[in-house]
Write a protein that binds this ligand. Sequence first.
Ligand SMILES: C[S@@+](CC[C@H](N)C(=O)[O-])C[C@H]1O[C@@H](n2cnc3c(N)ncnc32)[C@H](O)[C@@H]1O
Length: 297
Amino acid sequence: MSSLYSVRPSPGEGLGCFATAPIPAGTLILSETPLFNVPEPRTNAAVTTAFSLLPSPEQDRYRTLYAQDPTAQGDAQVVDIFNSNAWQTGSRTSICPRAARFNHNCVPNASFAWNSQLSQITVHAIVAIPVDAQINLSYERPYQISSARREKLSAYGFVCSCIVCGSDAVASDVRRARMVVLDARIRSGRRQLWRSPMPKAALELVKLLKEEGLVGEALGLAYHDVAAGWKKNGRLDLAVGCAVKELETAVICFGLISPAVDATTAFLLALKSEHAKLGIHAASVPKAVASSLETIP
Ligand SMILES: C[S@@+](CC[C@H](N)C(=O)[O-])C[C@H]1O[C@@H](n2cnc3c(N)ncnc32)[C@H](O)[C@@H]1O
């Protein structure tokens, strides 16, 4: 795969990855096999032992990666580099030297994933990335307001200066605080005093995620929740439509050959077959439902 980006200095961020050509959404930007990994929960001893087993040229390559403390030596340097560059890959944490050059943005334009089918990490563009734009991943979960993200990101030794940590912080915090509430409500599956005819929380989450520009994995999960909600409410026709959206998002974030796309396809097919068995055809959609669906293009 010829590289779609070059690694060069990014002011205030060390090195970063910049598109060398326009990159359409859904493009596989990078796939990489980890140099080494350790099981979670990890220990410093596990990291230094795994590092000591690497061939010398790979150790040298590792030592070129970013370290928070450039004066650290020996095991302290190995651990510092690991903590600054490692990614969660299933039940392990891995060093992927090429993926380690992507900087963070709270509204990322690319999605990082561990693909257990390929035993590789993948990075996909989740929106169209113009030439010369920096390609960013998110190091943090999206459902957090700026102060919470700032605290988490301080572990990496930097203060994020992206738009939703800066000029758009107030509006963004309102949206993200609401996302936290909605996500908790969906996860707890709290019983309602009266039954809503539609999955309100998940529909609102989809709307907010789009307003915030968070069109990656979180949006796919929210589509899933909308589909599951419609199913619960006996609207398999609407559930199928949302499961299609979930699948489209999964293909963009993870690529066609991925466990995530397999799972999403299975969910969609199960809904379709249930819908077909019941012989239900798209019923006329009540007005309130139709207007809420307008939020899902
Ligand atoms: C995984 S490395 C990313 C590549 C790194 N910039 C390099 O030069 O190799 C993580 C480090 O990059 C820097 N970094 C990443 N995103 C940043 C951002 N949005 N603003 C400032 N520094 C950032 C921080 O120093 C962080 O600890």
